[in-house]
Design a protein around this ligand. Sequence first.
Ligand code: PBG
Length: 358
Amino acid sequence: MPPSAVIVVDLFQRHNSSGWRHGLSRRPPAACYDLGMAFPVHRPRRLRRTELLRSFVRETRLSPESFVYPLFVCPGTGVKQEISAMPGNYRFSVDRVIEECREAAGLGIPAVLLFGLPESKDEAGSGAYDDDGIVQRAARAIKREVPGLMVITDVCLCEYTSHGHCGRIADGDVDNDSTLELIARTAVSQARAGADIVAPSDMMDGRVAAIRSALDAAGLANIPILSYAAKYASVFYGPFREAADSAPQFGDRRSYQMDPANQREAMREVALDIEEGADMVMIKPAMPYLDVICRVRQQFNVPVAAYQVSGEFSMIVAAARLGWLDGTRAMMESLVAIRRAGADLILTYFAKQAAKLL
Ligand code: PBG
């Protein structure tokens, strides 16, 4: 008996013992056919011989159409200040962010994600829902100057609060229910300023429902919500917190962002967000959570986004600078892996760089 036949028998038995019984169907599971004949008939290397063949049978393709490029907007004019922990990424004043957006649009990137650095911060994060706030001004300018580009706004308070948390503080913790109103106001204000899509990242319970009803009441029923549904309390946000000056001044975010050990809980978060009205859901970070992306893609039928966060970006860039990795190949491999896991959309600081190669 050739070795392959042994595998077939084994698969049969396992299948039968788990409830797939005689008489129901005489057909073996599909996988058996693939294992039916092995070497020398089967030589998977045949399809890897040339780049033409490899690209012919490639299962996953990257395209700039599925990229979202995150940008940081700050006060002032003429500002383009590099973020030291994220080389090649900048804080732009509103006037300078326009040229960056034009370049992104020219490369075929359909959307940017805006984060704001306000002039001043306060307890209640009022800069987030100020109609003349930094993100609102940037959204208006981008929609006017680069109308072909979609503006997605990050809906959160952490960049705007003096304490750096994503919501209102009560008794030393972030108070869920009183934060909802502020989050909803932020989303409405951003959408009125021209945001095409709002993306809540605060992780308060019930925020998608609060945003949906506030948008609808404001006559903004057509604005989609991309929820950061499964957002983990991750160390990989480190460089972002320098970029957005949003590190919590006390404690951490573990009472609202998810425990990295949990996958089933992500399914629950995604289900709840969809029930509340999320049009698209996001998993964040991306590469350490490919299993979550894969399972969400299989279980739900809304578009799935994955955020390759600042730390994922900076690790690759740092290793490349040290000569330890080929940075370009690491970038492309990480992006293709995120897509292969099931992400329809990828938010990435590599958007421009990768788009240039595609
Ligand atoms: C705001 C927010 C964060 C990120 C996106 N939105 C920071 C955080 O939750 O601490 C991180 C993005 C990145 O690391 O690239 N809540």
